[in-house]
Design a protein around this ligand. Structure first.
Ligand SMILES: [Mg+2]
Length: 329
């Protein structure tokens, strides 16, 4: 890719981004070609990367600060799912001509806000110009006690399946941004749009369940699809009950209006909640952890011998997901 040629913009980026590296000496104030990180004693470095593209993962006219937050948070969600504590990140931004000074300043403010909220520091990256849509790629770096990183492959038959927060809100938020009001109040619409634009990575929950959960992943592709990924990696089956899926008040209202249906929400993406499994003997521990963290933890199913995901609907019908999507059987 061509580097950004507009000299003023290049300088502005240096001016805006260098302060974001403060606090991590190994970032060398973004003046070197690379950063150097030493993990805390007794810890492993956990690395993950995710890119977001305008028109695919966010809308081009979303506020620049929320675009910055989403770029960070989809990555922090993976750090959370590994039970790790966020530490640093690198950011590569492919900027179209429309990213002017005001846009960049607001974007950097969004980064700054979330760095403070989640306790991480910018340690490097790159900026290029693109004739295509705005694209942001983040490498997030976290730390976890040595050898303890949560895996998606460790679910055991007999485990409970839990999920944090609520499911389906972001998918409805996107529908609202595309012009469908879902018959909801302004307050409900705003809450769903916020869930789409600024997901809430469950970093405290991830660290809290580190010593309890057997398997964990973040729900980004849709609850059923991601449970399928966990089932496959763990060589087990997962049974979910739709009646137990946690739903926000706004989402319940959209379902009551018959403008949304639960089956679609189970397969929609962008939830950025954690799905994890744990022994039934840990129910009380998890319930008190959830209360302490003020995060909803809901038991939504069981890990069983076998394979795939089986979903029992409220009317008792069984739905199952195969590679092509839902099929009745
Ligand atoms: Mg993930």
């Amino acid at each position: 890719m061509t580097p950004v040629k507009r000299r003023g913009e290049f300088e502005l980026i240096a001016e805006l981004f260098a302060p974001l590296s403060k606090g991590e000496p190994g970032a060398f104030a973004l003046t070197d070609d690379a950063a150097a990180l030493k993990p805390k004693p007794g810890h492993d470095i956990v690395l993950t990367t995710d890119a977001i593209v305008a028109g695919v993962h966010f809308l081009p006219d979303d506020p620049p600060a929320t675009i910055a937050q989403k770029a960070l948070r989809v990555n922090l969600s993976d750090i959370a799912a590994k039970g790790a504590k966020p530490r640093a990140y690198m950011l590569t931004a492919a900027l179209p001509e429309t990213s002017d000074d005001a846009w960049l300043k607001a974007f950097a403010e969004g980064l700054k806000h979330d760095q403070k909220k989640f306790g991480l520091t910018l340690i490097g990256g790159d900026t290029v110009a693109t004739p295509g849509p705005l694209t942001l790629s983040v490498v997030a770096i976290g730390e976890v006690a040595q050898g303890r990183m949560l895996r998606r492959a460790h679910a055991k038959a007999g485990d409970d399946v839990w999920v944090t927060g609520t499911i389906g809100d972001a998918a409805l938020g996107l529908r609202i941004l595309r012009g469908d009001d879902l018959g909801l109040s302004e307050r409900h619409r705003a809450s769903l749009v916020a869930r789409y634009r600024v997901p809430e990575p469950r970093v405290t929950a991830g660290q809290g369940i580190l010593a309890i959960a057997h398997a964990c992943l973040d729900v980004s592709d849709g609850l059923v699809a991601d449970c399928g990924h966990m089932a496959k990696a763990s060589k087990v089956g997962i049974e979910l009950r739709t009646a137990d899926i946690p739903l926000a008040a706004a989402t319940q209202a959209a379902i009551a209006n018959e403008r949304a249906n639960l089956t679609d929400l189970l397969t929609a993406g962008d939830d950025y909640e954690l799905a994890f499994t744990a022994a039934p003997t840990d129910r009380a521990r998890l319930t008190s952890l959830a209360a302490k963290l003020k995060i909803r933890f809901t038991r939504i199913g069981k890990v069983v011998k076998g394979k795939g995901v089986r979903v029992t609907a409220q009317d008792g019908a069984q739905l199952s997901l195969d590679r092509s999507g839902f099929t009745h059987f």
